[in-house]
Design a protein around this ligand. Sequence first.
Ligand SMILES: Cc1ncc(COP(=O)(O)O)c(C=O)c1O
Length: 426
Amino acid sequence: MSNDIAATRPSPTFVHAKEPDFLALRIDRYYRERVRNTWGGKHILHGISPGTDAIHVSGNDYLSLAQHPKILNTASDTMLHEGNGLLMSGIFLHGANPQLELEREIAHFMHAEAGVLCQSGWCANTGLIQTVANERTPVYADMLAHMSLWEGIRSAGANAVAFHHNDPEHLERQVLRHGPGVIVVDSVYSTNGSVCPLQDVVRIGNAHGCVLVVDESHSLGTHGPRGEGLVAALGLAGQVHFRTASLAKAFAGRAGFIACSERFSSYFKYESNPMIFSSTLLPYEVAGLRATLEVIKNEGWRRQRLHANAAYLRSRLDELGYNLHDSASQIIALEAGPEPQTMVLRDALEARGIFGSVFCAPATPKNRSLIRLSINCSLTQAELDRIVRACRDIREEVDMAGWPSTRRKRSRAEQGTAPRPAFSEP
Ligand SMILES: Cc1ncc(COP(=O)(O)O)c(C=O)c1O
């Protein structure tokens, strides 16, 4: 099937309301500048359809739980017995309620006093920032912090102060300049898999009276002896005010979470717009997540396999000359740079049955687009070797040597500057 974009063609079946000029111009611009001029009329995110022997390294199901029979059975039994519940905002939940019990269980698992289940990681982050910051609050955000955190800053009307990626010294300079505020970081960055220097960030935050927010979407379930996340694994749970997570990654569900104090959880539920004005989770989702939590705690072999798989692939791809941008996790980025080059890379990988995910603006800066490989614990040695072989064989075809990221790696090697220290996986 072709991935040509024909959306500009009018539909013969349906009559649409006419777009006023201000909207028509905006949509035209997308089709002209992005689709036609940059992507040559194809969609950058959609290549060929995967065959039956395809290797999927595009999803975030790091612990391969999306098909876990115990979790699926629990969720489907609950759906059959309870249907879709009362369909209402979570602020009405009280008393003995499975969702409130699960909030306590996940919080304690993360070494936190309390927690709040949200509809998604996006809602958790936007709602949280909106309730801790306002126009008078500087919010210090790592340049690669997830878009939901930036959106939270925007909706809070707060003063966004960016600091260089994983650069605690720059963070401290910014804090000294603008005063106490909120520091927001990801524990593991979703675009390149780099790991936040959490000890330094926490030290700076505490020394200057800041509130700390750590997004653990890509470390909850995967990091720490029982999957409790990086903050808890590093013994920092008592020093970080808020940890957020999407439960659509290692938890393989559809929800978000905020680990916080008891006092904050109650305040948050009645002050945050996504909590008040959007319906809460369904009973089968809650039951499924509860079963998932048990699997995550008890099946530590999944974490070990995940980290072993990721470490193997990182070292082999690094030897092949790819600049992995200090990835120290299960997320590995091949940064081709300009979007047309990323499409060439996508096609070369897909022709060899390797399906990663394309990241481009607005998920990355323009001209720093990439293919993200998300490693999971079920990949076999043969599959990992197939990925390595494909990456070895395509280097000329995709002009890896000419990518801006490869040139940066070379010049770093020539100057003898070591990459920023990778933080070891617990
Ligand atoms: C770091 C990070 N935070 C938050 C989110 C948003 O999570 P969700 O998909 O549950 O809304 C994502 C997912 O893209 C993420 O990668």
